[in-house]
Design a protein around this ligand. Structure first.
Ligand code: NAG
Ligand code: NAG
Length: 284
């Protein structure tokens, strides 16, 4: 019996494509919709409510890709998200948040990482394309070495596992689900809150497609991961994926040309010294 159970859980670690299979709509009272036989998911926001979804499964490490087309036109004040999070007060979280803007003004990709309930690790970027015109790939790589945020395959941010050298906790014990949401954040999202949401433009709609989790599925019944056996984890090249030199130079290119904010250079905010992980995640 135990053997059968383990084999089953080793088996089913890749979720691909179809929102019906892998995703539950969790809030928004009809404002979130799964369309095109499960290939497309739209999230809408109006004055009464936003909306959101989450994965059916929990994961401990993985490569999580989704394509998103952000809210077109005047999206000032809105925030569209794609993130991983565990539960509880000491939770871990890996965030992609897309801050809306007036028509023609640039969106900001806001990233953050919480470990053991502590965040305050924001980095923000402009993009090198208009993310409201087409679908683009947004990918989170989360393995025991590091967390990497990618946009269309280009790394924009790396957070290394520096637990043993700095004592900064690294997310590696708490399984996480994937979430997507749209909500109103007019008090801070656009130009720091100066530009408010224009509700005459509602509903604001973001579209998601091609969700793919190449990931270690967590089975809460057995408290084990689908990658627990060494033979199965060999199939996951992402599990050992580090930055090669070409990724590193692309990361530098993004950070040099498109970075808007980096907590690791904000000495005003951290007058008693920058967070310890900052010295290890230096790029520019
Ligand atoms: C997104 O990823 C898919 C699958 O790897 C690829 O076919 C597509 O060209 C990518 N799109 C962009 C805009 O990079
Ligand atoms: C919105 O546009 C303004 C003006 O170009 C810019 O300063 C700001 O960074 C943009 N993005 C957000 C999310 O505020």
């Amino acid at each position: 019996m135990l053997l059968v159970y383990l084999l089953l859980s080793y088996f089913t670690a890749s979720a691909t494509g179809f929102f019906y299979q892998d995703i539950d709509i969790t809030w928004g009272d009809g404002r979130a919709k799964i369309l095109n036989n499960g290939e497309l998911l739209t999230l809408s926001l109006d004055k009464a409510s936003g909306s959101g979804f989450q994965s059916k499964n929990d994961y401990l490490f993985g490569l999580f890709n989704i394509q998103i087309k952000l809210v077109p036109g005047n999206s000032a004040g809105t925030v569209t998200t794609y993130y991983l999070s565990s539960q509880g007060s000491n939770h871990d979280e890996i965030d992609f948040e897309f801050l809306g803007n007036l028509s023609g003004d640039p969106n900001i990709v806001h990233t953050n990482i919480y470990t053991q309930g502590k965040g305050n690790r924001e980095q923000q970027f402009y993009l090198w394309f208009d993310p409201t015109k087409d679908f683009h790939n947004y990918t989170i790589l989360w393995n025991p070495l590091h967390i990497v945020f990618y946009v269309d395959g280009t790394p924009i941010r790396e957070f290394k596992n520096a637990e043993s050298s700095t004592g900064v906790p690294y997310p590696k014990r708490q399984p996480m689900k994937i979430y997507g949401t749209i909500w109103d954040a007019e008090d801070w999202a656009t130009r720091g809150g100066l530009v408010k949401t224009d509700w005459t433009q509602a509903p604001f709609t973001a579209s998601y497609e091609n969700y793919k989790a190449d990931a270690c599925m967590w089975s809460s019944g057995s408290s084990s991961s689908s990658c627990a056996s060494s033979s199965s984890s060999k199939n996951y090249t992402w599990m050992y994926q580090d930055m090669d030199s070409s990724s590193q130079s692309r990361l530098k290119w993004v950070q040099k040309n498109y970075m808007v904010y980096n907590y690791c250079t904000d000495t005003k905010r951290f007058p008693r010294g920058l967070p310890p992980e900052c010295s290890l995640n230096k790029t520019a």
